[in-house]
Write a protein that binds this ligand. Structure first.
Ligand code: NAP
Length: 313
């Protein structure tokens, strides 16, 4: 059975200040190993020479690529060049240099949003590239798919142990709580919390509330990533999710309870619902021996407490 030993290895976590990278660092601290990080001002990952020089000097044995230009529909629409070019540069630089300096294991992170827009549900790994992409984030998706393919190409041509994984929608500490640029969990936590403080009678939620979505706590994701480093070595990408989904209406009601908001939820049916169901098939990951453990209510409650403690909302 395949097993990669992390003991005493030096691991470069690219993007260590982000939501995912910081959770991975917290997870890795449970092991006896060396975590290597670099601040963006010290190492801009879009700069090929800088990446090559830094990694050649530090000589990591393992690389986790959690640095990327990320954002929602508004950001993708406003900055298509940056979403395509910066992501291509970051991943090309880190993956190629990893090959050049003989990195033993690399994990690249894709995202569930790069699967075809009209995928059958739940989404299996082999549905990638079987249909049209979601137009609003195609710049990001094309770059991510290229990153995944580059890992596969290095594995095919040079036998490198480079793997990739596809996380579902994430939430947790260090999430972006920006009023316009955040994802659903952080956006709703903020909206209900602010409505409670103002004593608003209603909180508006986009759409009918009927679409179903899957949400994974970032600490669960980090645990899965470390598990994959140790136990997964295949060409094909692997989904990371809970395997459970929840309607937006149930989700909004859960957030209402957690934040203690007492008013009404108003579903704005004039706004688009998007895909009715979006859930990853996590059979492959479960069979490998990993399952998510953080229950949604507990995960959202601790995230809410974190945002309050950090005075982010
Ligand atoms: N969030 C989700 O729901 C989700 C879901 C699926 C997959 N993922 C994947 O997980 C990965 C990390 O996402 P995240 O949510 O953690 O994003 P994030 O919080 O925005 O973190 C991204 C990190 O990358 C760093 N970075 C960006 N450009 C850089 C550059 N040129 N040089 C050096 N560092 C750079 C950022 O540094 P600065 O902060 O200094 O800019 C930041 O620390 C991405 O690959 C994303 O596709 C995320």
């Amino acid at each position: 059975m395949y097993n990669f030993n992390l003991h005493n290895k030096s691991i470069f976590v690219a993007g260590h200040n982000g939501m995912v990278g910081s959770a991975i660092c917290r997870q890795l601290k449970k092991f006896e190993l060396e975590i290597l990080t670099a601040e963006k001002r010290e190492l801009d990952l879009t700069d090929k020479n800088a990446v090559s020089a830094w990694m050649s000097k530090k000589r990591p044995k393992v690389v986790i690529l959690a640095a990327a230009r990320v954002g929602g529909i508004v950001a993708n629409n406003s900055y298509p060049v940056e979403f395509l070019l910066e992501n291509l540069k970051i991943q090309n630089n880190v993956i190629e240099t990893s090959f050049q300096i003989g990195v033993e294991k690399l994990l690249f992170l894709g995202s569930s949003c790069i699967y075809p827009k009209f995928s059958k549900q739940p989404i299996k790994e082999d549905y990638l590239l079987t249909g049209e992409l979601e137009k609003s984030n195609e710049w990001y998706a094309i770059a991510k798919i290229a990153g995944l393919k580059l890992c596969q190409a290095f594995r095919k041509q040079y036998g490198c142990d480079f793997i990739s994984a596809m996380p579902t929608n994430l939430y947790g500490p260090n999430d972006n709580f920006h009023p316009e640029l955040s994802h659903v969990p952080a956006a709703l936590l903020r909206r209900f919390h602010e409505a409670k403080l103002r004593g608003d009678a209603e909180v508006e939620v986009w759409g009918t509330g009927k679409p179903r979505r899957e949400f994974l706590h970032v600490d669960d994701l980090a645990s899965a990533c470390v598990y994959l480093l140790q136990n997964y070595s295949e060409m094909q990408t692997i989904n990371i999710g809970t395997g459970r989904d929840i309607s937006i209406s149930e989700f909004a009601n859960l957030i209402k309870k957690i934040t203690g908001y007492k008013g009404k939820i108003l579903f704005d049916t004039g706004k688009p619902d998007g895909t009715m169901v979006k859930k990853l098939d996590v059979t492959k990951l479960n069979r490998l021996g990993w399952k998510s453990t953080i229950e949604l209510r507990a995960g959202l409650t601790s995230t809410y407490c974190w945002a309050l403690d950090e005075k982010i909302i």
